[in-house]
Design a protein around this ligand. Structure first.
Ligand code: KIV
Ligand code: ZN
Length: 516
């Protein structure tokens, strides 16, 4: 594939995706997602914002060490301290990129940066030169380009390319643009900037008007050759352009696009599940490509058409994006090796023997309750195992719930709180409410429950229920997830998972707010 035919995929799930309230991930979780992105053959993985906190620095460092085939990128404001920190975090990467940015729109320059345009231009050029000392792969973004003046954008971009930027990323930071307008902007920049052929033009669209994917595709039709996107469209506010939608639109409409990605699209669904499981952000059933209904044919007419000829109602093949038939993969009599092999087939590497032993014990437990174990059950089981390993200030020891018609439900709970077993009893309007009240009697978390949702992982009444909760604590949002064949237990696990996240300190800086 020649360079003009290739559409570079830059995934920012671990950076912009993590800026979604409540989507923060631990270092190990980030490494697992990065490995899944590498398996999908994503070209560039933006692993984080190293100056944000020591934890963010270590995460970028760990991803840089774990990933071999994709380029690993770190974000830095156009500041010396940020660039040095990013360079240091990426030191051991096989292939690294520094992504530096500064705002160029009148409103951001005046109200946020309090800088004159010429100073912004100077700082942008200096930042690119600094970044080039660490790597010859430097990306520059004029933040809020979607609301910047085109003449000023042209001046800044020409200057940063001269200073050594190899990728120019045009962000629609606040998701304000419309597809024609944004496509025209990209075409105009490429046409008007005299040295535009020395850099790859990239786009980074936010979804505030639901147009992030449309704007990105319009930009590609006008010459952009890199798209920044996230798994499941995760990201700041309404999110970023969704990787799966951009990639499959370009792949499906090769009659219109003159470029394509080199991604292994069969990794899309497993990767979507992994990100949803780790962040606790469920995927809506009608979400394109990765939603549970994306390839389901409910109506009789559609089913009849699909049976006669798939193309009547399907423009993509479910297998091409990684959907598999629900298959019984393991059962009560399956051994440790069978579990290990199946997990490896699913791209899940448990790391240590201890983790495998733990997962096996939990698998046996599940197989006792549920005779047919599907891939989805295994994915949920591993997600649960990892949640336990992350942070265990609060552990569920025992839960008993009595619920009877005409009686008020009551829960008895035993919780291990920082090593000490504590019990409580509470009544509630339902069994879940009673269980949550009992947990609160012990933990006294002072959190507010903002969302509670249950999904079944597979079909059938013996399926595991997967519960997602969102808690708010002093303005901070966290998500928790739990899975079990008993949905009250799944609910308690999800609540406890979220409480454990609340107890983790958060001392990070946001890249687009604060210091300049
Ligand atoms: O949305 C945005 O402008 C960003 C930049 C840091 C590229 O995320
Ligand atoms: Zn962004």
């Amino acid at each position: 594939m020649s360079s003009g035919d290739k559409l570079i995929i830059f995934d920012t799930t671990l950076r912009d995706g993590e800026q979604s309230p409540g989507a923060s991930m631990t270092k190990d979780e980030k490494v697992r997602i990065a490995k899944a992105l590498e398996r999908m053959r994503v070209d560039i993985i933006e692993a984080g914002f190293p100056i944000a906190s020591p934890g963010d620095f270590e995460s970028v460092q760990a991803v840089a060490e774990a990933v071999k085939d994709s380029t690993v990128c770190g974000l830095a404001r156009a500041l010396e301290k940020d660039i040095n920190r990013a360079g240091e975090a990426l030191k051991n990467a096989n292939s690294s990129r520094i992504h530096t940015f500064i705002a160029t729109s009148p409103i951001h320059m005046k109200m946020k940066l309090r800088m004159e345009p010429d100073m912004v231009l100077e700082q942008a050029v200096a930042a690119v030169k600094m970044a080039r000392k660490f790597t010859d792969n430097v990306e520059f973004s004029p933040e809020d380009a979607g609301r910047s003046e085109t003449d000023f954008l042209c001046r800044v971009i020409e200057a940063v390319i001269k200073a050594g930027a190899t990728t120019i990323n045009i962000p629609d930071t606040v998701g304000y643009n419309l597809p024609n307008q944004f496509g025209d902007l990209i075409g105009t920049l490429i046409h008007r900037i005299p040295n535009s052929d020395k850099a790859v033009f990239s786009v980074h669209c936010h979804n505030d008007l639901g147009l992030a994917v449309a704007n990105s595709l319009s930009a590609v039709l006008n010459g952009a050759r890199q798209v920044e996107c996230t798994i499941n469209g995760l990201g700041e506010r309404a999110g970023n352009a969704s990787l799966e939608e951009v990639v499959m639109a370009v792949r499906t409409r090769q009659d219109l696009f003159t470029c394509d990605t080199t991604l292994d699209t069969t990794q899309i669904v497993p990767c979507s599940r992994l990100v949803s499981g780790i962040t606790g952000f469920p995927v809506q059933p009608n979400k394109a490509i990765v939603g549970a209904n994306a390839f389901a044919h409910e109506s009789g007419i559609h089913q009849d058409g699909v049976l006669k000829s798939r193309e009547t109602y399907e423009i993509m093949r479910a297998q091409d994006v990684g959907w598999k038939e629900n298959r019984i993969v393991l059962g009560k009599h399956s051994g440790r090796n069978a579990l290990k092999t199946r997990l490896e087939d699913l791209g899940i590497d448990l790391g240590s023997e201890e983790e495998l032993n733990d997962a096996f014990a939990r698998f046996k437990d599940l197989a006792d309750k549920k005779h047919e174990i599907f891939d989805e059950d295994l994915q949920a089981l591993v997600a649960d195992t990892n949640k336990m390993a992350i942070n265990e200030h609060v552990k569920l020891v025992r839960l008993k719930v009595c619920s009877e018609t005409g009686e008020i439900p009551e829960a008895d709970i035993v919780i291990n709180l920082n090593g000490e077993e504590c019990s409580a009893t509470a009544k509630g309007s339902g069994p879940v409410d009673a269980a949550y009240k009992a947990i609160e009697q012990v933990v006294k978390s002072n959190t507010e429950l903002q969302l509670y949702s249950v999904n079944n992982i597979t079909s059938g009444t013996d399926s595991q229920g997967e519960v997602t909760v969102r808690l708010s604590h002093n303005g901070r949002i966290v998500h928790g997830q739990g899975a079990d064949t008993d949905i009250v237990v799944a609910s308690a696990k999800a609540y406890i998972n979220a409480l454990n996240k609340v107890m983790l300190p958060e001392d990070r800086e946001h890249p687009q707010l604060g210091d300049v």
